[in-house]
Design a protein around this ligand. Structure first.
Ligand SMILES: [Zn+2]
Length: 371
């Protein structure tokens, strides 16, 4: 009996020392696929607004969550200038803070390695899906390099050689030019501009989809394209990294168009639901939902003092207030599913109770590298 207790005690010591050694980090070796869903401009109040119109909570609201600071180098040097989507996407995609307007470049204008580059090195497939043009700041931050976000030629030239397997965005003039089409094909992409024909590209190594996806009148909805993107990428037994952007939360917030904003936020919610229904029985997929920054300084729960008014489909009156047509430097939220991480282990969290946007890259990199 004594021997048994001695054995049990030593076993307990081994187990507890192993836990002490691992500290705060969690093993997430089960994760093969990483899906990042970005609501451009989607602050916490935009989520509330979407939920009020939906009549229930968004699907990701029960997940783990933490606040995220979005300041860029420009914000830090010239407070209170908010970030733009170029610097914000670069922070999320590369873990490096940079100037507003810079895409995939550090503040000395050197090219940065993106999460997509890390995924490719690990033998994973990669994809980008956006309701914006593929040359928009957010998709470009994950796939292109330029110190000017408006330099479409350079964004296109660097994106099309990025090695990313799936490039999918809303129809854009630059990308439909004959020379651009030529370049897309030369770089090995199967080109498709008709949703009904997408299945013809699902057995190809690389695909370039350009579809009518922009805004609330789009004929091709983000959840449907997301299903096709997952069909395309999940053929890879090594897993995949997919970035999905609903760009129109930001675009409608810039014109203080509440209805367009809430419909776009709900489209993002439907997209998350689509991803979750695929991922929930697999135990190999991490999902992150976040925003690059807040747009419009939106306030819900204003009571009767709200200058904005929206009547829902079931005749509920919702009041709100916008404070700007630009970006703000409010925190955004990160929601996570399918893996464990401890926000307090992120260096920025200490004393601030929130993480930095660059930490989201670090979280994804650990997942991709199997750390
Ligand atoms: Zn914006």
């Amino acid at each position: 009996m004594k021997k048994f207790f001695a054995f049990a005690l030593s076993l307990l010591m081994v187990i507890s020392s192993a836990f002490a050694f691992s500290g705060c980090s969690f093993s997430n070796k089960h994760v093969k696929n990483v899906i990042l869903i970005i609501g451009d401009g989607m602050g916490y109040e935009h989520i509330l607004g979407g939920e009020k119109c939906k009549g229930s909570a968004f699907v990701f609201r029960s997940w783990n969550t933490v606040n995220v600071n979005t300041d860029s180098v420009t914000s830090i040097k010239n407070p209170p200038t908010p970030t733009d989507s170029a610097a914000a996407a670069t922070a999320l995609a590369t873990g490096t803070l940079t100037y507003n307007g810079y895409v995939g470049k550090d503040d000395d204008a050197y090219d940065l390695k993106t999460i997509m580059d890390y995924a490719i090195e690990q033998g994973k497939s990669t994809g980008i899906v956006t309701t914006d043009s593929l040359l928009g700041a957010t998709p470009s931050g994950f796939s292109a390099h330029s110190i000017t976000r408006s330099n479409e030629g350079l964004l296109f030239d660097t994106q099309v050689v990025s090695g990313i397997n799936l490039l999918c965005g809303a129809t854009a003039d630059y990308c439909t030019k004959d020379e651009s089409r030529e370049q897309i094909l030369t770089n090995g992409y199967a080109y498709c501009d008709d949703f009904a024909q997408i299945d013809n590209t699902l057995d190809k190594e690389k695909a370039y989809w350009q579809l009518d996806m922009a805004g609330i009148s789009a004929t091709v909805k983000l959840p449907s394209v997301t299903t096709k993107a997952i069909d395309f990428l999940s053929r890879d037994s090594d897993g995949f990294v997919l970035m999905i952007e609903q760009a129109h939360v930001d675009k409608y917030a810039h014109s203080n168009n509440f209805n367009g904003m809430q419909l776009s936020a709900r489209d993002l919610d439907n997209t998350v639901e689509t991803v979750l229904s695929w991922a929930k029985n697999r135990n190999d997929t991490a999902i992150l939902v976040t925003a690059d920054h807040e747009t419009g300084g939106l306030l819900m729960n204003t009571g009767n003092s709200g200058s904005g008014l929206h009547v829902t489909d079931d005749n509920k009156i919702i009041r709100f207030r916008w404070s700007t047509t630009g970006h703000t430097n409010r925190d955004v939220s990160l929601f996570t599913y399918g893996f464990r991480f401890n926000p307090a282990s992120q260096p920025y969290y200490k004393s601030r109770n929130r993480i930095k946007n660059t930490d989201i890259f670090g979280i994804m990199k650990d997942l991709v590298l199997g750390n």
